[in-house]
Design a protein around this ligand. Structure first.
Ligand code: MN
Length: 738
């Protein structure tokens, strides 16, 4: 096959578009020829023959100059020294955009090698492409590559053929380009199932030899009958392609011998009325096969396919399938959206004759929108607007699994999208083989590999950095688990001490035996409950050793009765104490929080608030406003099933006007004179403002003290807590969050 010459390309375009910009075509020809230079294809042909063949395929579709030029240039940026800047300066921004789109898709081909999810990949294509002409060039490119696939190394062939069958042929179908789709499928089939292809082809030959005369008999008969009624019709019979035969055999689980309609006829007429007249003649001439009549003229397919289908029993009892349609319907059936370019308001119009370019472009844009429509109503809703895809990025796992994420997503989101465990143990990422920060914004087509370390818990700070709900929920859960683990550790310390005091051995097994009495199901539950102050160590000792002498209690009696269940103890006459000091608590309007719209009233969780440095969550109570909780707040569990109420909020602090924020701490102090004074003095010395103190004595050794105070931020609060921990009279200090 000789390479197409410069004048031949121009002639081809001029044959359907007399106003073509010949100079533009010529410049593109020369530019691409020089760029590809002496490069060769696998066939041994000069590489430049390839883009020319691609352009030729597109001239068959009568496409506009920009598309043809983009086809000529489509491999220059990726494969030669040519640059997009140079192309823009020589051919303008429109063509640059098209070539850029094609270059991007080509880069994806490299990644998609391992991706076997056709539907997702088609979406990925649509996410990247915003001009349908890019897809048309890409399909023509693929068609030429498939036509010359036998030159490619055998080990690569199967992969390319599968990709064609899974991605490009269905895409062509979605675009209504049946002819292109069928050729791609046929070529792919030949390489994917070579034996099946050969067998079917051989059988088809045999049948044609035996019954081929039937085709011409029917053709003649039909033509005569139509002419007798004064109908101008173009009748053509053809044998079905091996792939469509094979698919039918697969779908209906029938053998080749059982297949009846191997021949198909197409009747092309001038007008819509003629379609139905032909149908009447056909049905009165031969018996029709029930259930095979379909009227896609009154109800077109989603890709705009219109035609009448019917099957009749023809001469020699062979079943014959007929498609009846007008010339225009036929062009749309064959060329799909490419054919639309030639029609406007029912009249034939060349794309280049659109009143103005922008209208033509609008049409193309609308068609891409249509393309995105799937077959199911859900898909239709999901993809009606192509912009939806632009909100997403599509990335790959190293094994080629395609992960769709919202734009702005990071490798952390990616990791959680793959699996919660992967997210929880992620410590690093490689993007396209290079080590990258976990907070890198992912781009379409990125291949992401997550480095993991077992036993790792996600830093709580991630929660405010991820963009996917799944990642956020998982981090929140994991963070809560980590906090729970801390409480359990604390509970163990308290229990060890309590058992020591009771002079009884403490083991997990012994505790396990007492679980029922404690109304818990796991040792960890007991430890965490003790650590949180929900259960008292004395009660645990008693449950494990029921025969033990009860510890002497103070006058306050049963500590559980004194607890209101919130870690806050009501004042009881005599030995409990609760007092409030005059102090300043920030007013609602002063709370510096970002991420809230409107004038919602904002407040902190009442039982232990949030301080700057805390990761925070807003919970919306309709009609009331927003309550800010630290992320580790146990109260948040109550809202787990109401994701709509969760607001993503951040601190918005003014460095110039620092303010104090409310916090609550709980501590255990040894019962000795002056211990409370030591506590309050320590807090005051470290710039903490005490608002309220509540005390309760659950057992003879300890006093539980709960202090509401105001601090500047988390660092300040942590400093005060660690100072308190230094005190000999204090056995435990914890922050309380509501
Ligand atoms: Mn190419």
């Amino acid at each position: 096959m000789g390479m197409m010459r410069q004048y031949e390309l121009v002639d081809r375009v001029r044959s359907y578009n007399p106003n073509t910009d010949e100079d533009l075509l010529n410049r593109a020809y020369v530019y691409a020829m020089r760029a590809h230079g002496t490069q060769k294809r696998a066939s041994g042909d000069p590489f430049f023959a390839h883009p020319l063949e691609v352009a030729a395929i597109l001239t068959d579709l009568k496409l506009d100059d920009a598309t043809i030029v983009a086809a000529v240039l489509h491999d220059t940026v990726e494969d030669t020294a040519a640059t997009l800047e140079e192309i823009e300066s020589m051919f303008g921004p429109d063509i640059r955009r098209l070539v850029d789109g094609l270059t991007k898709i080509k880069k994806l081909d490299l990644v998609s090698k391992k991706a076997a999810q056709g539907e997702n990949f088609r979406k990925l294509l649509l996410a990247i492409v915003d001009d349908v002409r890019v897809l048309l060039v890409k399909l023509a490119d693929r068609l030429h590559n498939m036509r010359t696939l036998h030159f490619v190394a055998p080990e690569k062939r199967l992969r390319i053929a599968e990709e064609t069958a899974e991605i490009y042929a269905p895409l062509a179908g979605r675009m209504g380009m049946q002819e292109l789709r069928e050729e791609l499928e046929e070529l792919a089939f030949r390489h994917i199932k070579p034996e099946a292809h050969e067998t079917i082809t051989r059988r088809l030959e045999e049948v044609t030899e035996r019954e081929g005369s039937v085709i011409s008999a029917i053709e003649l008969d039909l033509k005569e009958k139509l002419a007798a009624r004064g109908i101008q019709a173009d009748v053509s019979g053809r044998r079905k392609r091996p792939y469509s035969i094979w698919r039918k055999m697969e779908r209906k689980s029938v053998s080749f011998e059982q297949l009846s309609d191997i021949f198909g006829f197409r009747v092309i007429v001038d007008t819509l009325e003629d379609c139905y007249r032909v149908l009447g003649i056909v049905h009165t001439t031969w018996p029709m096969v029930p259930g095979r009549y379909k009227d896609y003229i009154s109800t077109p397919k989603q890709n705009d396919y219109r035609s009448i289908h019917t099957t009749v029993v023809g001469p020699g009892h062979s079943r014959v399938e007929l498609q009846i349609r007008t010339d225009r319907m036929d062009r749309i059936a064959e060329y799909g959206i490419a054919a639309h370019a030639h029609y406007k308001d029912g009249r034939t119009t060349e794309l280049t004759q659109f009143a103005d370019e922008s209208r033509a472009y609008q049409w193309l844009r609308r068609t891409v929108d249509l393309l995105a429509e799937g077959d199911s109503p859900e898909e239709f809703l999901e993809h009606t607007k192509l912009e939806l895809f632009h909100d997403q990025v599509f990335c790959f796992t190293p094994k080629g699994r395609l992960i769709a994420l919202p734009r702005g997503a990071t490798p952390i989101d990616f990791a959680y999208a793959v699996h919660t465990d992967v997210g929880n143990t992620a410590v690093g990422a490689k993007i396209n083989g290079r080590i990258a920060p976990l907070l890198t914004e992912l781009q379409n087509g990125d291949e992401v590999e997550i480095t993991r370390a077992e036993g790792q818990a996600p830093p709580a700070a991630w929660e405010s950095l991820v963009v996917t709900g799944k990642a956020r929920a998982a981090i929140r859960r994991a963070t809560r688990t980590a906090v729970r683990r801390q409480y359990a550790g604390l509970g163990r310390q308290i229990l060890e001490r309590a058992f020591q005091r009771a002079e009884r051995p403490f083991t997990d097994d012994k505790l396990k035996a007492a679980l029922k009495r404690l109304a818990r199901t796991a040792v960890d539950d007991v430890l965490a409950a003790v650590g949180r102050g929900e259960m008292f160590s004395g009660d645990v000792v008693k449950a494990v050793y029921p025969d033990l002498e009860p510890e002497k209690r103070t006058a306050s009696g049963d500590p559980k009765a004194a607890s209101n269940g919130k870690g806050w103890f009501e004042l009881r006459k005599g030995d409990n104490l609760k007092f409030k000091l005059p102090g300043e608590t920030p007013g609602a309007n002063a709370i510096p929080i970002r991420g809230l719209g409107g004038d919602l009233p904002v407040r902190f969780a009442p039982d232990g608030g949030a301080v700057p440095g805390d990761r925070i969550v807003g919970i919306l109570t309709p009609g009331e406003g927003v309550t800010i909780y630290p992320i580790q707040s146990p109260s948040l569990a109550a809202f787990d099933n109401e994701p709509d109420r969760w607001l993503d909020v951040r601190w918005d602090l003014d460095d110039k006007a620092p303010q104090r924020f409310p916090a609550r701490i709980a501590l255990n102090s040894i019962n000795e004179p002056g211990s409370l004074a030591q506590i309050t003095t320590t807090i005051a010395e470290h710039d903490g403002n005490i608002d309220a103190v509540a005390m309760n004595r659950p057992n003879p050794d300890f006093t539980n003290v709960t202090i509401d105070l105001t601090v500047w931020d988390l660092k300040h609060l942590s400093a005060i807590i660690s100072e308190l921990r230094e005190k000999r009279v204090i056995s435990r200090v914890e922050r309380v969050v509501g």
